[in-house]
Write a protein that binds this ligand. Structure first.
Ligand code: WQD
Length: 337
């Protein structure tokens, strides 16, 4: 199929591009490069030995999106583009609603205008909020408690309403847990701009000497070792989940929701120790105060994705940290070098 990846130069998008190209699909990437590097796409082509088409542009430019959909005969869209930092979203909510929600509306308008009605949407476990009890099930109520999570929840509602109004739409909502790791070649990986918000990229930057030490945000939670527990998922497993969801939509209309996680949690200290095994030496760290908004523990019930898609996470925490470290060690400054 001809597949459009919005935000496809980013972390999850570039890894999904690898899986799509290797499955024989043709890939078109639309990305404004506001939080990604075009170098990632050059390396996707290097890894796969196949070419892709890159269009630099903004999702809010509906005419451009329509042109891309038409000129490339797009069959399906995988929609990654969006702002994704929880903390930042509380400081500049309008930017998040504009890029994430208005950007998605522009994309959907363009899809409708060009009769493209298959979309896989990058949602997040953050929509479950603080009320859900782990393991999270897709049918549990949503209760996002930050602007970033609320944009994901609103977009899920928009897509659900679109699917209910017109049964020609084929829609998958994928709720990611905590993506980490990198393609085993070490040629592509997570390259956050500025100070990493997320745990594993921060640990990786300490290990490679870009940061002084990791601060563990609290060790007084009601968990086995006192540090927060999350469902970390290898980005290659996550990419595979996207392609399986897209393939499923080829035969199934309507709106479908899937959690993509391993179904088990790991604590901050377990992740740190796993990373230290990959690096082969201790990583400087200290315990600091809790981070506002953190929940003690959550992880996925991903059995629906296994039933419907035959999808299951295959890679262990040690494989995640080993692959993440290989990427960071080979690319100390990410794609900037
Ligand atoms: C994991 C744990 C931190 C950094 C967020 C978003 C979610 C998704 C994934 C987009 C927490 C602790 C972290 C550090 C630390 N993003 N930590 N020191 O918060 O589970 O989820 O990223 O979809 O939507 O909410 O991930 O990696 O930020 O934190 O101790 O320097 O690591 O307190 O317990 P989180 P995270």
């Amino acid at each position: 199929m001809d597949v459009l990846l919005t935000g496809g130069a980013g972390y999850i998008g570039s890894h999904t591009a690898v899986v799509l190209l290797e499955a024989g699909h043709r890939v078109v990437v639309l990305d404004d490069l506001s939080n990604a590097s075009q170098e990632s796409l050059r390396r996707v082509e290097e890894i796969t030995g196949r070419s892709l088409t890159f269009v630099r542009g903004d999702m809010l430019d509906q005419a451009l999106v329509e042109r891309v959909l038409r000129e490339h005969g797009i069959d399906a869209v995988i929609h990654f583009a969006g702002k994704k930092a929880v903390g930042e979203s509380t400081r500049v909510p309008l930017d998040y609603y504009s890029v994430n929600v208005a950007g998605t509306l522009s994309l959907l308008r363009a899809m409708q205008a060009t009769d493209v009605r298959t979309i896989v949407f990058s949602s997040s476990a953050t929509v479950y909020g603080e009320l859900a009890v782990a393991p999270y099930l897709e049918k549990m109520p949503r209760d996002a408690f930050n602007p970033y999570g609320r944009t994901k929840e609103h977009i899920e509602d928009i897509l659900t309403d679109v699917g209910a109004a017109d049964d020609r739409w084929r829609i998958a909502l994928l709720r990611y847990f905590n993506p980490v790791g990198a393609h085993p070649s070490g040629r592509i990986g997570e390259d956050p701009q500025g100070i990493p918000n997320n745990l594993v990229p921060f640990i990786a930057q300490v290990a490679v000497g870009r940061r002084e030490k990791l601060v563990v945000f609290g060790d007084d939670y009601d968990t086995p070792d006192g540090t927060c527990v999350r469902d970390y998922l290898h980005v290659m497993d996550l990419a595979d989940g996207h392609v399986r969801a897209m393939d499923y939509l080829a035969d199934h209309g309507g709106v479908h929701i899937w959690n993509l996680g391993t179904g088990r949690g790991h604590s901050v200290l377990e992740v740190l120790h796993s990373f230290e095994k990959a690096v082969g030496r201790p990583i400087p760290h200290e315990v600091g105060p809790r981070r506002p908004g953190d929940i003690a523990a959550f992880w996925a019930d991903a059995s629906q994705a296994l039933t419907d898609l035959g999808w299951v996470a295959t890679k262990s925490l040690d494989e995640m940290t080993a692959d993440h470290w290989r990427w960071q060690q080979q690319n100390p400054d990410g794609f900037a070098a």
